[in-house]
Design a protein around this ligand. Structure first.
Ligand SMILES: Cc1ncc(C[n+]2csc(CCOP(=O)(O)OP(=O)(O)O)c2C)c(N)n1
Ligand SMILES: [Mg+2]
Length: 694
């Protein structure tokens, strides 16, 4: 049937606007006073204004990062350091407008990894009740100051959640359109960094905002880009390609382009931000983009020099901190509150070192099992294959250092491509390579691969152009980065795509074996004239046992029994575990054995195609009692897929599914803390088994 075309109704001027539903705005109102640690700028009208001192911001970032690093979390420094002057300027302007700031402004930070700089600003103003004491808990499980900004935990301070680069600017676009429809006088200010501008979502908004604004459909819009030519892996132009042609072309796309050559000079930054807001407000039909040249890692020479601009906080030990913060202040004495905080961190460091030294005097009775980053196995298998002459190529999106494939890229630069921070583009590019006879391996975090990569994965398979993927930091394994980074639904999202296998290895050894097998199988299928399958490897990031196999051979598609404590027990259970939960389940089985409960622990490594026969055989010896455990939503996860497969094969187990029950995650220093909270740690598994066997 053809589409029915209806003429648009003629809208009378009084019908042009319509307010949205009214609901309480959770955002905190203006801070009571100015910033405690202040610097003075001159406004366009010549008046002086006290804004947050960007040096104090950098000092606070360093101190709060150190607290988090000591707790076990990774943190960011270079990005927020680059944005300190810009953020001080924006907040100074927003808080100075007469009335309540959020009636005049929507503030959206797309650069979620720089949110700690905004937490520092909030503490400086005492905004939304944030104190220095709260900064000390940054990224911990008890804090609302999560790794990236999270509206679900900190609604009074964060309007739009962030973290996935390029995902917040389109929401900012919606805010500006809604304000126009409601006929409100409000300006939207959105901050983004240059690497994030490579994302498809950002590009879509970049194209639509001036187009819609030009038709009178948007309120004033100011986009501020932190242009430092640096992303996570290194310099943007060297590692991927220059963004300058794209930035210069923004004028042709309908943006009023303004530049700030000295984004880390407070007065320059302030005047530029002030002028950008004034320009947008004077002509809402033309959105303004302020391209501010910033220096990533500004304030610390070693960070500025390093290829990533000090992306991650570079210090690991409290004793390194004093020199770092004194470099930031240019040698000037710290404010008493910061000096006290620094001394507190140093004293805790000394106390911990003494405790560790004492502990080292009595070596443990059993040396701890060897652990390693699980990702290490993938590049080994890729290198082995490439050395054999197989056409393996690596297509990355700036996370190769974190996902573990970097060693392959260092060894075979000619076989390695970086499409920029653009996961959808990465997977589709790989599909192109696949179609031309290559064996492409893509890599990113599980959350971004499964979300941004979903349609590209469908289209790759539909084009008979399969890819191999290393999707790391899966589930709560990306603990400190928080909810936006914690892919807790990746199996549900990807597992039903035809001709695609999801594979969750439980050790570095298994990762190497499985990637090697996947490559060899890919080759064999092409040789046989068949289309290989896409294989998505989902792995964690924290340390894993080097091996869980105890010498058993691996077999593709078979659920290995990694622990058998049945002995002569009468109370028995099968624990089917996935990924990082396998080692956890094995420990639980040991604990249960001491209480006379036997278990078979199965490594359910292929969740969307579970080993039904293997599970049936195990269940037959365990009274059909099944516990499944996964670092994933229960809905559509490994457990529910397994149970469906068992039931449709005639086995109806009595089952408990352990996993996440329909909630987002949150930051914590370590995944173990989140496992405990969700009841999927060793204690949680033990409790579930006891309840099942009671
Ligand atoms: C969608 C998405 N992909 C990847 C990441 C991981 N990541 C965090 S920061 C970063 C580099 C960001 O570079 P840029 O946007 O230029 O920020 P800057 O280096 O200027 O702080 C990457 C790749 C992410 N947060 N979101
Ligand atoms: Mg950058």
């Amino acid at each position: 049937m053809g589409a029915v075309e209806l003429a648009a109704a003629v809208v009378s001027p009084e019908q042009r606007h319509r307010p949205g539903l009214s609901y309480p705005n959770p955002l905190a109102s203006n801070p009571a006073g100015g910033p405690k640690w202040a610097a003075t700028v001159t406004m366009a009208d010549g008046a002086k204004l006290q804004v947050a001192d960007p040096v104090a911001t950098r000092v606070m970032i360093s101190l709060m990062d150190m607290n988090a690093v000591v707790g076990g979390a990774a943190c960011h420094f270079g990005g927020p350091a680059a944005l300190a002057e810009i953020m001080s300027s924006i907040h100074g302007i927003m808080y100075t407008r007469p009335g309540i700031w959020h009636q005049h402004f929507n503030f959206v930070n797309d650069a979620g990894h720089t949110e700690n700089g905004i937490y520092a600003l909030k503490a400086n103003y005492g905004f939304a009740g944030v104190t220095l004491q709260e900064l000390k808990g940054f990224r911990s499980i008890t804090s609302k100051l999560t790794g990236h900004g999270e509206s679900h935990l900190f609604p009074e301070g964060v309007m739009v959640s962030n973290g996935p680069l390029g995902s917040s600017i389109p929401i900012a676009q919606g805010l500006a359109l809604a304000d126009r429809l409601a006929d409100r006088q409000r300006t939207t200010v959105c901050v983004i960094s240059d690497g994030a501008m490579m994302e498809g979502e950002a590009k879509e908004a970049i194209c639509a905002i001036p187009g819609l604004a030009g038709k009178g459909l948007a309120n004033p819009f100011v986009l501020i880009i932190s242009d430092n030519n640096t992303m996570l892996s290194g310099r943007i132009d060297a590692d991927a390609f220059s963004m300058e042609p794209y930035f210069s072309g923004l004028a042709n796309q309908g943006w009023r382009v303004m530049r700030c050559a000295k984004g880390n000079d407070l007065q320059s930054a302030f005047s530029s931000v002030e002028a950008a807001i004034a320009a947008a407000e004077s002509d809402p039909q033309v959105p303004v983009v302020l391209i501010a040249t910033t220096i990533k890692g500004f304030g610390v020479a070693a960070c500025v020099k390093s290829s990533s601009g000090g992306h991650g906080f570079p210090l690991t030990k409290p004793e390194q901190l004093r020199a770092f913060v004194l470099e930031i202040t240019g040698g000037a004495a710290l404010a008493p509150e910061f000096a006290a905080w620094l001394s507190e961190i140093e004293a805790a460091g000394v106390a911990k070192a003494a405790k560790d030294a004492e502990k080292a005097k009595t070596p443990p009775a059993h040396p701890p099992a060897k652990k390693d980053k699980i990702q290490g196995g993938f590049p080994k298998a890729m290198i082995t294959a490439a050395e054999k002459g197989l056409p393996v190529v690596s297509v990355s999106a700036d996370l190769q250092g974190s996902t573990g494939v970097a060693p392959f890229r260092a060894k075979f630069p000619q076989l390695s491509f970086d499409v920029g921070i653009a996961e959808a583009n990465m997977i589709s590019t790989a599909a192109g390579f696949s179609k031309q006879g290559y064996i492409p391996v893509v890599d990113t975090f599980a959350q971004f691969g499964a979300t941004k990569g979903l349609l590209p994965l469908c289209m790759a398979n539909l084009s008979q152009a399969p890819v191999l993927a290393v999707f790391s930091h899966a589930g709560f394994q990306d603990a400190a980065d928080g909810a936006s980074h914690q892919g807790l639904q990746y199996l549900a999202m990807t597992g039903s795509i035809p001709h695609l296998l999801t594979y969750c290895p439980a050790s570095a050894e298994e990762a190497e074996w499985a990637m090697g097998h996947a490559i060899e199988h890919f080759v064999a299928e092409r040789k046989a004239g068949r289309t290989p399958e896409t294989v998505l490897f989902f792995v964690g990031r924290e340390n894993f046992l080097v091996s869980i196999a105890n010498g058993q051979p691996y077999a593709w598609g078979k659920a290995m029994t990694v622990k058998d404590t049945l002995g002569t027990t009468t109370k028995r259970v099968v624990i089917s575990a996935t990924g990082p939960m396998v080692a956890m389940a094995a420990s639980a089985a040991e604990a249960l054995a001491k209480e006379g409960i036997g278990a078979l622990v199965l490594n359910n490594a292929t969740p969307n195609r579970p080993d039904v026969a293997g599970h049936q055989a195990a269940l037959a010896t365990c009274g059909n009692r099944l516990i499944t455990v996964e670092d994933h939503q229960v809905l559509g996860g490994a457990g529910s897929t397994l149970v469906t497969a068992l039931v449709t094969s005639g086995t109806v187990p009595s089952v408990r599914l352990l996993g996440v029950h329909g909630e987002f995650g949150q930051s914590a220093y370590l995944a173990d803390q989140l496992y405990a909270k969700q009841g999927i740690d060793v204690a949680g598994i033990v409790a579930a088994v006891k309840a099942a066997t009671a």
